[in-house]
Write a protein that binds this ligand. Structure first.
Ligand code: KIV
Ligand code: ZN
Length: 499
């Protein structure tokens, strides 16, 4: 028997872009749309054509990119919105009609009869102009079910090909989702979609429940971006459907991690390390028992293989580390340590971890180098750093570094002196080696104005990721040290071809 298929309607470029603080340039939207298409999504909601000239430009670029996915624009139930979508050459519109009395009374200030009339007119107009129409009931989960059915049946009568129930403020539970979707699926003869928000952390569970009740399409966003607490996350929904319910989608699971990082880069919104499926810690193990278990037999602590979603396993070294993990990491680095060397490295890592510190990659490598008699060549050296700050100047930093016998000078501006110094170093480093700063954390180790601060950075050169630390009484120097430690580690590993 063939497996049940569900369609993926991706709204990263519309609802996801409504995440506070996110705005993508047309070229960035096009790049994300191409990646979504390559991932296998069925429908790409590219934006709302009525919004602005830039938005129309982005949607047009996406609809003329010859993608396999259906390209869709969000519209309200207004002919002007439909015209704007038509001007962008989209295949379909996501025509949204508020149905709850709260929205009708306080937002639209219209009666149910007026809203129904607007909805049917807009559907008729769009269908007459050759568009596929997906008719959505906004705030459906706080609406009168009889009114939703009336709108849907009327819209289908005018030619709408799909309908969608929106849990606009995320108030569904899986039980209610099942009941509601089963009712609507029974009442209409077109595919029903689920659009769930995550206000109570239930968006994925509710979406899955909707599918179990017969929904044939799900609305999702990469990384769960979206208004307020976000939408159901694409990576979570497709994986849960495949793993637990044997429901298939066209999504290429191996591309999930990569697209998550692409969207993170373009939106500038960091993915939480603990985010399911794509977070940096989703397949990280620290505790000795866990790492030993995973190394012996991965399913012990990995419900799925990280490779399945294009992710990677990471063993983190801290006070819970076990000697198995150390040995395995050394072998992964291409080294062949003796038993005594493993023991010595293990003890030094434990000691560092006991001081309450995460042992960064750079520190682990430094311990390994010291114990195994390897010498790290400091490839980039700080020659000079000047930082200017005050209430009347934009914080500015200039830095001179020595790299391969060359002196490289750069300057940077920032919101504060640390930011300016990091920006200056970042410019030099990116210019010479495409190393990027992914994360920056600062902690005060001691109290008071003379506190010792501990800065940990995460850097990547696209292939490897390293964490590195800088500790100083001066936050600027701690930050600079952390950056340079990480950069040196990456450059040195690259030079010697190590891990
Ligand atoms: O959550 C929602 O209701 C929406 C609609 C506007 C479709 O995003
Ligand atoms: Zn939404």
């Amino acid at each position: 028997m063939s497996k049940r298929m569900v369609k993926i309607f991706d709204t990263t470029l519309r609802d996801g872009e409504q995440t506070p603080g996110i705005a993508l340039a047309p070229e960035q939207k096009l790049e994300v749309a191409k990646a979504l298409d390559d991932l296998g999504v069925d429908v790409i909601e590219a934006g709302a054509a009525i919004t602005s000239e830039g938005e129309r430009q982005a949607i047009k670029m996406i609809s003329s990119a010859n993608l396999n996915a259906e390209i869709c624009s969000f519209t309200r139930a207004l002919r002007a919105d439909v015209d704007a979508a038509l001007a962008c050459d989209v295949d379909s519109i996501h025509l949204v009609v508020p149905t709850s009395d709260i929205h009708l009374q306080y937002k639209l200030k219209k009666s149910r009869a007026e809203v129904k009339e607007m909805a049917l007119d807009a559907v008729r107009y769009a269908v007459d102009h050759g568009l596929i129409v997906e008719l959505s009931a906004e705030d459906a989960t706080r609406s009168d079910l009889a009114f939703i059915k009336e709108i849907f049946l009327g819209g289908i009568g005018e030619g709408a090909q799909r309908v969608c129930i929106c849990d606009t403020v995320g108030v569904l539970t899986p039980e209610r989702a099942h009941e509601l979707f089963a009712e609507v699926v029974k009442a209409v003869n077109v595919p029903v979609a689920a659009h769930c928000h995550n206000d109570f952390g239930m968006a994925t569970a509710n979406t899955v429940a909707a599918v179990r009740a017969g929904a044939q399409e799900v609305h999702v966003t990469v990384n769960g971006l979206g208004e307020r607490a976000g939408n159901a996350a694409l990576e979570e929904v497709v994986l849960a459907l495949a793993q637990f319910y044997d429901v298939q989608t066209k999504i290429r699971l191996k591309g999930l991690y990569e697209i998550s990082r692409l969207v993170e880069r373009h939106t500038g919104l960091p993915v939480s390390p603990t985010k399911a499926v794509v977070g940096e810690n989703a397949f990280s193990h620290e505790a000795g028992i866990h790492t030993a278990g995973v190394l012996a037999y991965p399913p012990t602590y990995e419900p799925i293989a990280p490779k399945m979603v294009g992710h990677h396993r990471r063993l983190v070294f801290g006070k819970h580390v076990g000697s198995h993990a150390i040995e395995s990491e050394l072998r992964r680095m291409g080294l062949e340590p003796t038993k005594e060397q493993v023991r010595e490295i293990f003890e030094q890592v434990k000691k560092l971890g006991d001081r309450g510190k995460l042992v960064t990659d750079a520190e682990l490598r430094a311990i390994v180098d010291a114990v195994m008699g390897r010498i790290l060549e400091e490839m980039v050296k700080l020659e000079e750093l000047t930082v200017l700050s005050g209430n009347k100047v934009t914080p500015t930093a200039s830095v001179r570094l020595k790299f391969e016998d060359k002196q490289v000078t750069e300057s940077g501006l920032g919101v504060g002196p640390v930011d300016a110094a990091i920006n200056a170093i970042r410019k030099v480093v990116e210019g010479m080696s495409n190393i990027r700063l992914q994360e920056y954390h600062v902690d005060a180790i001691s109290g008071g104005t003379d506190a010792v601060v501990d800065v940990v950075v995460k850097l990547t050169d696209g292939k490897r990721i390293v964490t590195a630390r800088g500790t100083s009484g001066d936050i600027i120097m701690a930050s600079v040290q952390a950056m340079l430690n990480g950069v040196n580690r990456l450059l040195w590993d690259r030079k010697i071809g190590g891990a």
